[in-house]
Each structure stands twice: as structure tokens, then as C-alpha cells.
Design a protein around this ligand. Structure first.
Ligand SMILES: Cc1ncc(COP(=O)(O)O)c(C=O)c1O
Length: 383
């Protein structure tokens, strides 16, 4: 075996010493308070059967895409999906990427130009920060959901760089906090100041219907929204929603779309069938069940006087802040021994000292499971 470089060994040793070494967990059959499968679509056997029968009746089935979308990989299901997404979410156009990570690096590395500025919420996802880092624009963070801080930064930039395009980036549901910005206020602010707003809706789609931007009819006022299919839709892939000009630009300049093999027809068909399921009476019932569970969770933490343990969240993501890797790992391990799966989130995913237990609520969680989880957490919080 070739020698592993010493510098890399040292980096791993530092992680180990801080007790935040990452390892790939084994899939388990514990009660699920950890996956992003909010609606249970990933485990829905009926949905899988509908994908099979859809593809069975489809003349352009191949096992793989056979190439980049710009070469041989742009099979007709892509056009069907993109037309559907634009219409369903209410945007002029849509372009599908292989994942949310690819969509964000493709968008942020190619759109903001040298001399432009990106202002991003300090808690945006790593894929957004990686994309920004790959591009040529200057970037500054602003305080989490803090419009006053954003305004201060915009004023300062406008004072020094009159002609720059300014992009503002946020998430409609934050992946590691579960909270949301005031989207209406942010859209109005960005329009008043001629800023290009980009909203990552990964954790809102399917939890809050078509997303929080469509909820307030703001589609024509944002520069782009990013949606992903690996969370509530239960499958895989992502799309950037916006204008046809943006789509054509991305097809020309976004390397994570151009230089990669497209999604296989099976994956694109699964996205189409997941949306069909989402709109069916059963899918609508499932979405209501998830919202009921979120309400139930929030009302129980009030009743049990556990409010202070949790960050405020109306979404499917509920966070218990627990400073220190040891503490949060021990708590997750205790839950696991009792049959409950919730993931510890450690530095560097979140800042050191802001470690947390991330609980994901699902349509299929029973009220009795939520009660038991809260009971175990109320006993474990000090341990
Ligand atoms: C806010 C946000 N954006 C983008 C992504 C990446 O999406 P995907 O898992 O499809 O790569 C994630 C995934 O965790 C996310 O939480």
C-alpha cells in the first residue's frame, strides 16, 4: 500500500483528539428521527412500483444517461421534468442538476462575476460556500437572518462599489437550525435595493408545499431558487428555478452541469412520480400528517417545559443545542440504545461550542414515539 502523507495523518489525529472524527454510519432500523425522508417517500413501495411501471411503458428507457446532458445524456424525461417543475413551482424555467451540491456549486461558481459581491447568511449550507469559493466575486457573510446587518453591508458595498451586481443568498429553512428568514421582508428589501436574491429551498419543498417563495407569490421577484429532491421528495437530484436567460446561461457556463454524466432515466422518472404522488390525495394527507407532527412536537415541548432546550422551529428540523462533541455524542448514543436515531452534529459542520442534536420529524413518526423521544431527551439533557 502506498504511504499515506504525514500531513493528512496529522489532520486526522487532530480530529480524533477533538472527538469529531467522521465515520460512515451503518443503516439501522431504529425509530427514525434522523433522515431527511420527511414524508416517507423514500420507503414507499407503492411509489417504487409506479416508477417501474412508468419506465416499463416508456420507449426511451436506458439504464444510464450515457453522457453529459450537453452530449448524449439529455434524454426526453429531462424536458418533461423541467417543464413540469417550472409550471408546478411557478417560475419561467427550470434546469435539473445531479444533486443539490452540484446545483449550488454550479450556480455560485459561474453566476457572480469578478467585481460582483455575494452576501450570504452566515449559516448557509457548505455547498453554497464551496460554490462561492470557486467563483471570482467577493463574498461577505451577514448575521443569521439579520436584515439590519445585511442592510449595513449593502450600504457599505454600494458606497465603495457603485456598479457591482450584488447577490444575496439564504435558505428558506436552515438545514442545521430548522428556522427561516422572513422571506417576504427579504424579497421586498432586495427589490428595493436592486439585489439579486437566491433562496435555497432544499428543506422547505414538500414540507411547506411548493416552497416558501411560492407560498407568498414571490417567484418573479427572486433571481433563483434551488430545490432538491433528496429530502421530502425521497429521491435524488436538484433543480435551479428562475428565468430562461438564467437556464441558458447555466447550460453554457455551469461546469457541474456540463462536465458530468446526466442523471439516469430511472432517477428522473422517480422525481416525476414523486411529484405525482405529492399531489395525490394520499400525498396531500401525508403532508398534513407531517405538519400535524410538527405542531404536536412544538406543543409537547411547551407542555413539558422543554422549550429552552430547543431552537425555535416550525419546520421538520428541530435542534437541541449541546455544547461539546462528547456531550452530544453521548446523548445520541443513549438514544440509540433506547431504539431512537437522532444525529449529533459536530464541528466543523457547525462552529465549535455550538454542537447539537439534530432531530428530523416525519409524517410516519407516531405521537407515542415523539413523547418517548422527548422523555429520553429531558432525562439526558444534563448528562
Ligand atoms: C440547504 C441545502 N442545500 C443543498 C444541499 C445539498 O443537496 P443534495 O443532498 O441534493 O446534494 C443540502 C443537503 O444537505 C442542504 O441542506
Amino acid at each position: 500500500m502506498a504511504k499515506f502523507p504525514e500531513k493528512l495523518v496529522e489532520k486526522m489525529e487532530v480530529r480524533e483528539a477533538k472527538n469529531n472524527l467522521r465515520v460512515l454510519p451503518v443503516r439501522n432500523d431504529l425509530v427514525d428521527f434522523s433522515s431527511n425522508d420527511y414524508l416517507g417517500f423514500a420507503r414507499d413501495v407503492g411509489l417504487r412500483d409506479r416508477v417501474d411501471s412508468f419506465l416499463g411503458n416508456n420507449p426511451f428507457f436506458k439504464n444510464g444517461a450515457t453522457g453529459s446532458r450537453l452530449l448524449s445524456g439529455n434524454h426526453p424525461l429531462y424536458q418533461q421534468l423541467e417543464r413540469f417543475l417550472a409550471e408546478h413551482h411557478g417560475y419561467e424555467d427550470a434546469v435539473v442538476f445531479n444533486s443539490g451540491y452540484d446545483a449550488n456549486i454550479g450556480l455560485f461558481s459561474s453566476v457572480p462575476q469578478r467585481g460582483d459581491v455575494v452576501l450570504y447568511d452566515e449559516l448557509v449550507h457548505a455547498s453554497i460556500r464551496d460554490g462561492i469559493r470557486m467563483g471570482n466575486a467577493k463574498a461577505y457573510k451577514y448575521g443569521h437572518n439579520n436584515l439590519q446587518d445585511l442592510e449595513k453591508r449593502v450600504d457599505r458595498i454600494r458606497h465603495h462599489l457603485e456598479n457591482s451586481e450584488i447577490y444575496v443568498v439564504t435558505e428558506s429553512v436552515f438545514s442545521m437550525d430548522g428556522d427561516s428568514p422572513d422571506i417576504q421582508e427579504l424579497i421586498e428589501f432586495c427589490n428595493r435595493h436592486s439585489l439579486h436574491l437566491i433562496v435555497d429551498e432544499a428543506h422547505a419543498i414538500g414540507v411547506f408545499g411548493k416552497g416558501l417563495v411560492p407560498k407568498i407569490g414571490g417567484q418573479h421577484l427572486v433571481f433563483a431558487s434551488v430545490i432538491t429532491f433528496g429530502k421530502a421528495l425521497g429521491c435524488h437530484g436538484a433543480a435551479i428555478l428562475g428565468s430562461t436567460s438564467l437556464k441558458n446561461y447555466l447550460i453554457n457556463f455551469s461546469n457541474s452541469l456540463i462536465y458530468t454524466t446526466g442523471l439516469p432515466p430511472h432517477t428522473v422518472a422517480t422525481i416525476l412520480m414523486s411529484y405525482e404522488h405529492l399531489q395525490s390525495p394520499e400525498g396531500i394527507k401525508t403532508q398534513k400528517r407531517l405538519l400535524t407532527n410538527i405542531d404536536y412536537f412544538n406543543s409537547r415541548i411547551e407542555q413539558l417545559k422543554l422549550r429552552d432546550m430547543f431552537l425555535r422551529s416550525e419546520s421538520a428540523i428541530q435542534i437541541v443545542l449541546m455544547s461539546g462533541a462528547d456531550h452530544v455524542k453521548r446523548c445520541a448514543q443513549n438514544l440509540r440504545t433506547k431504539g431512537y436515531d437522532a444525529k449529533p452534529i459536530l464541528s466543523p459542520t457547525v462552529p465549535e461550542g455550538k454542537e447539537r442534536l439534530r432531530l428530523c420529524l416525519h409524517a410516519y413518526n407516531l405521537h407515542s414515539e415523539i413523547d418517548q423521544l422527548l422523555y429520553l431527551l429531558s432525562n439526558a439533557k444534563d448528562g
